[in-house]
Design a protein around this ligand. Sequence first.
Ligand code: F3S
Length: 294
Amino acid sequence: MSRIVVAKNAGFCFGVARAVDTVNETVGKFDHIYTYGELIHNKDVIADLEKKGIRVTEDLDAVPRDQSTVIVIRSHGVSKAVYDKIRERGFDVLDLTCPFVARIHKRVIEAGDTPVVIIGTENHPEVAGIKGWAQGEVYVAGSAEEAKKLPRLEHALVVAQTTITHKLWDEVVEVLNERSETLDLFNSICDTTQKRQKEAVELAQVSDIVLVVGGRHSSNTEKLYQLCKSHCEKTYYIDNIAQLPLEKVTNHVIISIVAGASTPDWLIREVKTLMSDVEKVVDTTQDTEEQEVV
Ligand code: F3S
């Protein structure tokens, strides 16, 4: 008897749902809608937005000025320089920076010329945005090893990319504490991320198979994959049902489905439906009990 468990905390988080819903409501209100970078890290959602005429740009100079044009700032937020450029070009702005990211910007601004350390991935857009509000020195540490290479700082504000793990936060802060006099610690890991990661680990510990559904560029989905893989060897990272390795994932007792914050519910449902169907096809003597807690 197989059991398919869909994580309670799977799919769009508050910030992403707000961004996608608001952009969809904006269709028809402007001649041109551009998102500054892909709205979310999910190619299926981006393809859907493109069909509605919503374009992606990171080159504001290439966007025509002579029409009714709005630039959408996604939930990751952007640097001050990007805001300034949008204003300078005279575009309307739809600012959908997640409030949990905006409060990091605020804290960084308030720090004035105090050095800032961001614990996260250097080239992630959220980190680039946070960096762009610092008025003094700013450093990024993606691991304890990277933190050891930073200059010694007498005092610093430490913030987190919202989607990192608590383990990474603790490891890096331990190193920074040894190398600094005083630290102002602002653990800005998103509550949603914490709950999602905790539940993913709990499911991985009791599952035979874990399917992690989400875009390849999604930082939080990648973290879920790593966490699940460390507790369940048979963990697979898939963008959508086309990538489901059916020959490897069928005929198991407990199959868990977890998903990142940028994975739409319909994609999760598709995976669950296909798995339910295949389980029935592969062995019709098995009853498939589904425990869905979406
Ligand atoms: Fe915001 Fe947390 Fe989502 S920071 S965008 S609610 S993962």
